[in-house]
Design a protein around this ligand. Structure first.
Ligand code: UDP
Ligand code: MG
Length: 143
């Protein structure tokens, strides 16, 4: 099923100048980039985005990291996009990420791990509407 997911390139990958290499992997893997925008998250915005993690020991560090520099936020579309983007990202901890995944190539650590992706249909809906309104029109019909 054609889906849209929310993706983000995090500050470590932007500062490391890996944006182009990551976007090439996105397109080579068959995703359509429907929207793309470079922004600085505010502390409040980051806290809201990561609210599900607010009781975790790494929460403050995570908010500080993700607001430390610009992020590239995207709407990605593909068949089964939510799971496919998680697969291309690789595991949260780059030491555990499969070879060839974005995190295995470009993440520094479990915290500074280059990319974000929604983890379910519900999360994708929430995250897309948090950052992109109105929703992006689908592109697949145009092919
Ligand atoms: N994170 C961290 N320490 C941890 C686990 C996660 O700093 O022990 C950060 C990391 O940047 C991760 C984000 O918190 O990407 C969200 O964690 P989640 O478990 O949702 O991982 P993801 O969905 O990004 O793979
Ligand atoms: Mg997550």
């Amino acid at each position: 099923m054609i889906e849209q997911t929310f993706a983000m390139i995090k500050p470590d990958a932007i500062i490391g100048k890996n944006t182009g290499r990551i976007l090439t992997m996105v397109e080579d893997s068959g995703f359509d980039i429907l929207r793309m925008h470079k922004v600085m998250l505010t502390k409040e915005g980051a806290e809201r985005f990561y609210a599900v993690h607010k009781d975790k020991p790494f929460f403050n560090e995570l908010v500080e990291f993700v607001t430390s520099g610009p992020v590239l936020i995207m709407v990605l579309e593909k068949d089964n996009a939510i799971a496919e983007w998680r697969k291309l990202m690789g595991a949260t901890d780059p030491a555990k990420a499969d070879q060839g995944t974005i995190r295995s190539l470009y993440a520094e650590s479990i915290g500074k791990n280059a990319v974000h992706g929604s983890d379910s249909k519900e999360t994708a809906q929430e995250e897309l509407s948090l950052f992109f309104a109105p929703p992006a029109p689908p592109q697949q019909q145009a092919k």
